[in-house]
Design a protein around this ligand. Structure first.
Ligand code: DP6
Length: 348
């Protein structure tokens, strides 16, 4: 990616009355978001920084239903149920409140990434929903406002509004001023052509949601505060490494930040453990790749799957090594685009 490729990272939005379809991609945090200071407003305790993927997009259509008495939600064509449906309904309430409207809506969301497996489906899901719902309800929001809106659905979604690399500012304090100050924006990077090799070790839903796990970690883990403090230093070092286009430093910082995050969960009471034996196999493989002179670094989210950061030119070699060590499916991703409304809509 070329220096400060911000134009490509800035999404472009269109609006159409009453219905809209948006596409967004997942992002993988290199400096993790783990812990909220306000559950309702989804205000994080720390800043985070991510790379948006060019694989696993979510496509979401929101259609206003003036005659309907309740919202309807469909996931991949099937009626939505449970917690995932509830979160979408609450999010629509936030959009209605912002728009000063009462109309119900039909949401049709299609994920190409397995949902709830720590593959950032909530990031692409709520970024696409925020963009589509804002357009359908006639809200004329800029990207900062869209990022703040997406945040209310799922914190990490605030970053998927943007392509390339994005930083999500935690903001300070509580209440409306803090709400305004917590949004994502693109980050400048130097000469870097990175790939993330995604090892699909287990794509089933996780036993403990990231939402519950991070809350438990904040409430009970003695390691949480030290990690959050070190994350501030990690972020500063990460920004410097990105500007320099220094993939080895970017990778080293990302790997230690992710392992630290998992350490906080392992120390929670009761412990939350997402990492599986297959995760450790991939971690060992990545360490061996480094010994063999390949720049490769691991990061894991709220699930066992490992994403390996490397130069794009090394991605096939890394993918082959991971696939044969863990006997798993592997997907290679480069830097992806920001969220956008699909064509066919009227240009704003
Ligand atoms: C480990 O954004 O899914 O992927 O805000 O509660 O919806 P909620 O959490 P979510 O958490 C993502 C956590 C993470 C790290 C990250 O993406 O920064």
């Amino acid at each position: 990616m070329a220096t400060a490729d911000l134009d490509a990272a800035q999404p472009c939005f269109h609006s159409v009355e009453g219905a809209a379809t948006a596409v967004a991609h997942p992002n993988i945090a290199l400096i993790k978001y783990w812990g909220k200071r306000d559950e309702r407003l989804v205000l994080p305790r720390t800043d985070s920084l991510s790379m948006t993927l060019d694989v696993f997009p979510t496509t979401t259509t929101v259609r206003l239903a003036p005659a309907a008495e309740a919202d309807e939600v469909f996931f991949n064509g099937a009626p939505g149920v449970g917690e995932a449906r509830k979160r979408i309904l609450s999010f629509l309430d936030v959009v209605r409140e912002t728009a000063g409207q009462r109309e119900r809506a039909v949401v049709d969301t299609r994920n190409t990434v397995p949902t709830g497996a720590g593959l950032a489906s909530s990031a692409s899901g709520f970024a696409a929903l925020a963009v589509a719902a804002a357009a359908a309800f006639g809200l004329d929001l800029d990207v900062t406002e869209l990022s703040r809106l997406a945040r209310r659905g799922s914190g990490s979604a605030s970053r998927s509004i943007f392509g390339g690399f994005a930083i999500w500012h935690a903001g300070r304090g509580l209440g409306p001023a803090a709400d305004l100050a917590s949004f994502a924006e693109p980050v400048s990077v130097g000469d870097l052509d990175p790939a993330l090799v995604v090892a699909l070790l287990n794509t089933g839903p996780k036993a403990v949601s990231s939402r519950r796990a991070m809350q438990r970690t904040v409430d009970t883990s003695p390691l949480y505060r030290p990690w959050a403090d070190s994350s501030t230093a990690d972020l500063a070092a990460m920004r410097e490494a990105l500007v320099k286009g220094d993939l080895d430093s970017v990778g080293e910082i990302a790997e230690r930040n992710a392992l630290g995050m998992h350490a906080t969960m392992l120390a929670a009471r009761p412990a939350v453990r997402y990492l599986s034996p297959a995760t450790l196999t991939v971690l060992d493989t990545v360490t061996q790749l480094r010994r063999d002179g390949v720049s490769a670094y691991s990061t894991m989210d709220a699930g066992p799957n490992v994403k390996v950061l490397c130069h794009r030119r090394d991605a096939s070699q890394v993918a082959d090594a991971v696939r044969s060590a863990a006997s798993c499916q592997v997907v290679i991703s480069g830097c992806g685009p920001g969220a956008s409304l699909q064509s066919g809509a009227l240009q704003r």
